[in-house]
Design a protein around this ligand. Structure first.
Ligand SMILES: [Fe+2]
Length: 236
């Protein structure tokens, strides 16, 4: 939702229109996570643009009751190489969103993704694995989902996968990750109007299948401690 030169929204106005709708559908905290990979490195110039756009969006969204924070979706290639991984943190968390590559020909299998996550962990940061259910590496080695969870890493499933929009095989794997308690986060992986930042549809199907309480916990940031932070504020 933060313009950054990647395949997400192109303008602040486009991001604002989508975030405003998300707020109306119940979202109160949204992380914008531009891609960082070999083709789109986080140069100081790009970071300045991203943070400037995020600041403008934050100002626009404040009145809607939606807080916008910045993180980055880090490709394993960068995570395995870069000396300073802390600069890719999700704002206010010692955690980094690690891309599980979607293309099968990248050469990034489970071993490379685990090595990248190990490196993030060695930097004192918690790896959050983005859309493992869509990644050929995990799809062909599904037990790795359990292994990643046992290591204490957070697995984040994409809402559209649960709604069947990424095919039956991906949907089955996504649900099994949740039912085995290997995945503890569900995110929109929003990019643009045809992949919007809405989670209400996922809340409906998650509630039906897993119960309302567990469904809410997958969407409200409980795994990262966000909900725990919010409760005292709303109670006061
Ligand atoms: Fe991604």
């Amino acid at each position: 939702m933060v313009p950054s030169g990647d395949d997400g929204v192109a303008t602040v106005e486009e991001g604002f229109a989508l975030c405003r709708q998300a707020a109306k559908r119940g979202t109160y905290l949204l992380y914008g996570t531009p891609h960082v990979n070999d083709d789109l490195p986080l140069t100081s110039e790009r970071e300045r643009i991203v943070r400037g756009n995020a600041k403008r969006l934050t100002e626009l969204l404040h009145a809607m009751g939606l807080e916008l924070r910045v993180g980055f979706e880090l490709h394993p290639s960068v995570a395995l190489r870069d000396a300073d991984l802390r600069r890719y943190r999700l704002d206010r968390f010692d955690a980094v969103l690690l891309e599980c590559p979607l293309e099968s020909d990248t050469g990034y299998g489970v071993d490379q993704i685990f090595a990248a996550a190990d490196r993030i962990e060695s930097a004192g940061l918690l790896p959050v694995l983005a859309h493992p259910e869509r990644s050929p590496a995990f799809l062909t080695e599904q037990r790795a989902g359990g292994e990643a969870a046992r290591r204490g890493w957070l697995l984040q499933v994409t809402a559209a996968s649960l709604l069947g929009r990424n095919g039956d095989e991906v949907a089955r794997f996504a649900w099994s990750l949740l039912e085995r308690h290997n995945a503890r986060l569900v995110a929109s992986d929003a990019h643009r109007p045809d992949r919007p930042p809405f989670l209400d549809g996922a809340l409906t199907v998650l509630s039906r299948r897993l119960g309302r309480r567990r469904a809410a916990g997958l969407l409200d940031g409980t795994a990262l401690g966000v909900a725990a932070v919010r409760e005292p504020a709303s109670a006061s």
